[in-house]
Design a protein around this ligand. Structure first.
Ligand code: SF4
Length: 316
């Protein structure tokens, strides 16, 4: 689960991808769900069967009490194994790190501003990163793949056995003007990725390097978008899959009277004149009955939008 704890942030990174709807607003979202009460957060985690949570923003540590509260809440509800990582562009001191550790934070991903990176070994970020590591919090740095001398970052990470996550730089509605101003170009007309960013990541030689490509993120974002659409468009009997597609049963033929005779509640099917959509499990359990009266029965998985593409059709 992605827990966006605030849109407030004191930094002004030129590549900031936070959307206009969230940027600067002190609002909380669990995935796409607005969080007003703790129950909203817990419900979202349960609904997606979350194994862990990434706390992000804005700058989460500008709302430290909130972060500590949510770490406690999630750990108490889902147990120690619910893995929690936190992004921060700050260099928290020992006291702050200690409060995060006590609450149960498992991992911290530092995102130092660009002007710090080159000389990170001589900044307070080094102190903070070493301190986090000493406390037993898994520690790493996560930054976009942009050109600079990575040697200081890598030698610091080697000191703390830390990881380096680099994300392919991408254009978004909020950073487009700034990226263009700085001379960045998209890889091609159909990609959001910035030209040359992947090559920066490829040039790095570090064992604990993870590269997150724009294409990979696109796939994740598409899935998240499907899920949002599915939540809005699903009928009572549709099942939403983890990929955000809809699964339901289809009975072709005149079967409404039989459905009623068999006691299937009206909410559990939609008569589309000659074809009936229903829950996949109703179609499966009653397939024999429908086939006896000459109907064709199948289970369909499709994209959640109106007339969405059929991904799979299984005849029963
Ligand atoms: S620290 Fe993060 S949220 Fe803040 S401006 Fe930079 S990218 Fe955006």
């Amino acid at each position: 689960m992605v827990l966006f704890v605030t849109g407030v942030c004191g930094k002004n990174c030129f590549y900031c991808p936070v959307s206009n709807e969230r940027r600067g607003k002190d609002k909380i979202f669990a995935n796409e769900r607005l969080v007003n009460r703790d129950e909203d957060l817990i419900e979202e985690a349960i609904s997606m069967d979350a194994l862990g949570t990434g706390i992000t923003g804005g700058e989460p540590l500008l709302r430290l009490d909130r972060v500590v509260h949510y770490i406690n809440l999630l750990k108490n509800k889902f147990g120690k194994s619910h893995h929690i990582h936190l992004y921060t562009a700050l260099a928290p001191n020992k006291e702050v790190l200690e409060s995060l550790r006590r609450a149960g934070l498992d991992e911290i991903r530092f995102h130092p501003p660009r002007n710090i990176l080159q000389n990170i070994g001589r900044t307070y970020y080094r102190v903070s990163i070493i301190e986090a590591h000493k406390m037993g919090i898994l520690t790493g740095i996560e930054i976009p793949a942009i050109t600079f001398d990575f040697s200081g970052v890598i030698s610091l990470l080697k000191e703390v056995d830390g990881f380096l996550n680099v994300n392919e730089l991408e254009f978004s509605e909020t950073n487009l003007a700034e990226l263009k101003k700085l001379g960045y170009l998209p890889v091609n007309d159909t990609s959001c990725a910035a030209l040359g960013s992947k090559e920066v990541a490829e040039s790095l030689d570090f064992e604990k390097l993870h590269f997150c490509s724009s294409r990979f993120k696109d796939a994740v974002q598409l899935r998240e978008r499907f899920k949002r659409i599915a939540k809005k468009s699903a009928r009572y009997f549709d099942e939403i899959t983890d990929d955000g597609t809809l699964v339901y049963g289809v009975i072709q033929g005149d079967c409404v009277h039989l459905l009623e005779e068999l006691g299937v509640h009206k909410e559990m099917f939609a008569d589309k004149h000659g074809t009936v959509d229903t829950a996949w499990w109703i179609a499966r359990n009653l397939a024999g009955e429908f086939k006896k009266i000459g109907c064709k029965v199948s289970v369909i998985e499709r994209y959640p939008m109106k007339n969405g593409l059929v991904v799979e059709m299984t005849p029963l």
